[in-house]
Design a protein around this ligand. Structure first.
Ligand code: ADP
Ligand code: GLC
Length: 493
């Protein structure tokens, strides 16, 4: 199949979260399955330091934003997986340090920027003469392309392209004031509750949700959750309407970057067969954060965007309980000022046992995965989550809240049956967090049990192969539908 994979971020070019990891590794896994897959992203200044050689294609894209037709250039490169990559260069929109905003907030012209990119994706098919079977869109930044594709229905080659929209996080919808409607080039007939209107605003993600041929999200559990008011963030009705077209496929892990036996960013490698290196990593981690050394004291690690979604309110509310336990805690993250401030306060209050690093740092992220004994993700909601999957491979036991992908991938350890790969709790309360951490520490205290648990965790395989095959099935389903004319109901593939 010919697949055009569009995203607004991609490792090693630009990353704010897991989408960038997925955009880089899923296409590689699809290529391995024998598909002609190509990726398209905006060109940010970071492209110059990505290590990927880029060349001009000489091709242009033209995209209408409001009354203006804007022209961008297409650059070309090849990802380390062998996947061809196209970058859309239009400096007035993308030659900026941030992807979506600066420390002052979102860029005020984000609507124009991603209308441009969404239209440019479609125009690139024409200029590159690459007509995919499937246009695979990701999140609100590219979602409008599904609606534009629908409006191109009368144009033969476009009408043969089927679209899939993957929702990585419903918390980011691309909301803009109604006065921006003329920028979209769509008529007011689209600004209705059945269309792209959402409580008086324009909702870019919704544009994709109502018009993509199929939808999926990044775990089966989250696919079910977003159809409920608790997790649907106002879009649960739209989700329920399309529930027959909505699927859940777990993300995979790129084990060429996240495997302690191959990891070049950590001080000592290790594997299930030889775990000695893990102790060395733990020592280096404690040193990095200036914490008291003590090989028997468990270390709980956390690498995260510091936002409400990730459960920092729980961690802060459980401060007293956690401080009363014999453990060290290390956190790496950036995000909301209030969480940064509170976490730094904790590190000043418990300087020997609580280490905090504010910032984005891939080396430290790897060191935390390698050197910690446990990894904490008490998320309020979590579409998939990648860090718990990385942790399993590093024998760093996840302690998670049972939501979304965390619930789908982590199985509570049962000391009787010796089954399970981590610890999880359902109620979003500080008490349940403390109780679960205590349960984890009890197992840590029993060397034989803890060894079994580590073995279970490290034996888990979340490589992309399986997920890529699921996407392949979804693409096949799309094509069958496209060729059979749209039928309602799930067709048996
Ligand atoms: P989300 O996409 O919601 O942030 P995921 O768990 O899917 O959550 O992915 C987060 C990714 O970003 C992981 O690869 C994680 O290691 C990385 N990450 C998050 N915060 C930081 C940070 N401060 N420094 C380095 N890497 C980070
Ligand atoms: C989002 C989600 C995260 C998911 C990632 C990649 O950022 O918050 O759970 O793993 O996308 O799909």
């Amino acid at each position: 199949m010919k697949i055009f994979f569009a995203a607004s971020e991609l490792v090693p070019f630009a990353k704010t979260g897991g989408l960038a990891d997925v955009a880089s590794s899923l296409p590689g896994a699809l290529l391995e399955l024998g598909h002609d897959v190509r990726v398209i992203i905006p060109r940010y200044p970071s492209a110059d330091h990505s290590g990927v050689a880029l060349e001009e294609t000489g091709c242009k894209v033209h995209a209408r934003v409001g009354e203006k037709i804007l022209a961008g250039d297409i650059l070309r490169g090849t990802l380390s997986s062998g996947v061809p990559l196209y970058l859309i260069r239009y400096d007035p929109f993308f030659d900026r340090d941030g992807l979506y905003g600066s420390p002052e907030g979102d860029y005020p012209d984000n609507a124009s920027r991603f209308i441009f990119f969404s239209r440019a994706i479609l125009d690139a098919m024409k200029s590159l003469d690459f007509w995919p079977d499937v246009l695979h869109l990701n999140d609100w930044q590219t979602a409008m392309a599904a609606l534009y594709l629908q409006t191109y229905k009368g144009i033969a080659r476009y009408s043969e392209v089927a679209s899939l929209l993957t929702i990585h996080n419903l918390g980011y919808q691309g909301l803009f004031g109604h006065l921006d409607l003329p920028l979209t080039g769509l008529g007011w007939e689209h600004f209705t509750p059945e269309g792209i209107e959402f409580y008086g605003k324009i909702n870019f993600l919704k544009a994709g949700l109502i018009s993509a041929d199929l939808l999926n999200t990044v775990s089966p559990k989250y696919a079910a959750e977003i159809q409920t008011p608790e997790f649907g963030l106002g879009l649960e009705g739209v989700m329920r309407k399309r529930s027959k077209d909505l699927f859940g496929i777990l993300n995979g892990v790129d084990y060429s970057s996240w495997d302690p036996a191959l990891d070049t960013l950590i001080p000592a490698g290790f594997s299930l067969e030889n775990m000695e290196g893990k102790q060395e990593c733990k020592k280096a981690l404690l040193k990095e954060f200036g914490l008291a050394q003590g090989p028997d004291r468990p270390v709980i690690g956390c690498v995260s965007r510091l936002i409400e979604q990730k459960g920092f309110d729980l961690i802060l509310a459980a401060e007293k309980d956690l401080a009363g336990m014999d453990l060290c805690f290390v956190v790496l993250g950036t995000g909301e000022e209030k969480y940064q401030r509170s976490l730094l306060q904790l590190s000043r209050k418990y300087p020997e046992r609580f280490g905090v690093r504010i910032g984005y740092d891939n080396r430290i992220a790897h060191l935390i995965e390698a050197g910690s004994d446990f990894f904490l993700m008490p998320s309020k909601y979590e579409p998939c989550g990648l860090n718990q999957l990385y942790s399993l491979k590093y024998g760093t036991i996840p302690i998670v809240r049972a939501t979304g992908g965390l619930d789908d991938t982590i199985v509570n350890f049962n000391p009787k049956t010796l089954k399970g790969n981590g610890f999880k709790f359902a109620d979003y309360t500080p008490d349940m967090l403390s109780v679960t951490v205590r349960r984890a520490l009890q197992v840590y205290g029993n060397k034989a049990l803890y060894k079994d648990l580590i073995r279970n965790a490290m034996a888990c395989d979340f490589s992309w192969g399986r997920s890529a095959s699921e996407y392949e099935k979804l693409y096949t389903r799309l094509l069958i539908r496209k060729h059979a004319g749209k039928s309602s109901g799930k067709d048996p593939v």
